[in-house]
Design a protein around this ligand. Sequence first.
Ligand code: FAD
Length: 309
Amino acid sequence: MAFDQLGRKVVLGIAGNRTVTNIVTKHGMRLGAKRFIAGESVDQAAEMVRRVNQEGLVATLDHVGESVSTKEEAIHATNEAIGIFDIIDKYKLDSNVSVKLTQLGLGLDHSFALENMDRIVAAAKAHNNFVRIDIEDSPVTQITIDIFKNVLAKYGKEHVGLVLQSYLYRTEQDLIDLGKAGVNIRMVKGAYKEPKEVAFPKKKDVDDNFNKLVKLHLENGNYIAVASHDENIINETKRYVKENNISNDRFEFQMLYGVRNQLQRDLAKEGYKVRVYTPYGQHWYPYFSRRIAERPANGLFILKSMFKG
Ligand SMILES: Cc1cc2nc3c(=O)[nH]c(=O)nc-3n(C[C@H](O)[C@H](O)[C@H](O)COP(=O)(O)OP(=O)(O)OC[C@H]3O[C@@H](n4cnc5c(N)ncnc54)[C@H](O)[C@@H]3O)c2cc1C
């Protein structure tokens, strides 16, 4: 097993431990997690988005959380996501919203999660805004696509988009199918621990597939969000759009809040649209542990802060 895969497995394994979760959630914000989480309240996150907007970047706000265990929690998460559109209007922010279906009760009841998603896309439309459905691990890929297609048919591609992962073998066909409906896709490499039966085990194959799929979606005349901090991916996109005279309004770059900040700003200065995925909320630990799994050096921030303070 390659070292990076082993690291991801270990970190994501530890992240599943309840005691570790409780300790880090209690002290983590104070100890450095705020580098990656924009705050525990929507007002704190709105202030961060306002600053990001001032620097010429746009945002997508994500009330973090996943895999709720009761319908009440799912309804609460749905209402929170709907409320973000009011905050965006109130503070005149340039931002849309991202959500995860497991947070809306996907693990409890598919039609209940669809109802909740429907309410959020209705709110996006009422506010003339947009919501993107994040993609989670492979057991829920198909149902996520099904729910996306349902709300897409009802509200249109201007108000809802989806994420696809280049590490999954199935993604090329999903992208071709969805591309026919002209949908707005965010391409990512994929953040979950997946078996080799469903996902490319080698980073090079994941990266090559990413570049191939971005080009495919653009070639088919569609809009794509290139969500990566990988300069090889970013440079290849820049090279390809230039060579093919694809205008800057056909795509955007996306990066996570707190990751490669200078690169985000440099791209915006070069005239590209750059969207910062801005997570906030109290249940930030699973999100945070995926960031550490991607780059274990991030965990050192927490450790260093512990010893400093
Ligand atoms: C806007 C956005 C939305 C996303 N949404 C989803 C989603 O819905 N579903 C999903 O499965 N995944 C999602 N992801 C995560 C994604 O799948 C990857 O796990 C993550 O982006 C790391 O891959 P990378 O493309 O940056 O490349 P990598 O090859 O992992 O990294 C390239 C370089 O970027 C830098 N880097 C990468 N990650 C970090 C980090 N955490 N901290 C510091 N530096 C880093 C490092 O310098 C690294 O060498 C999202 C990512 C982004 C940017």
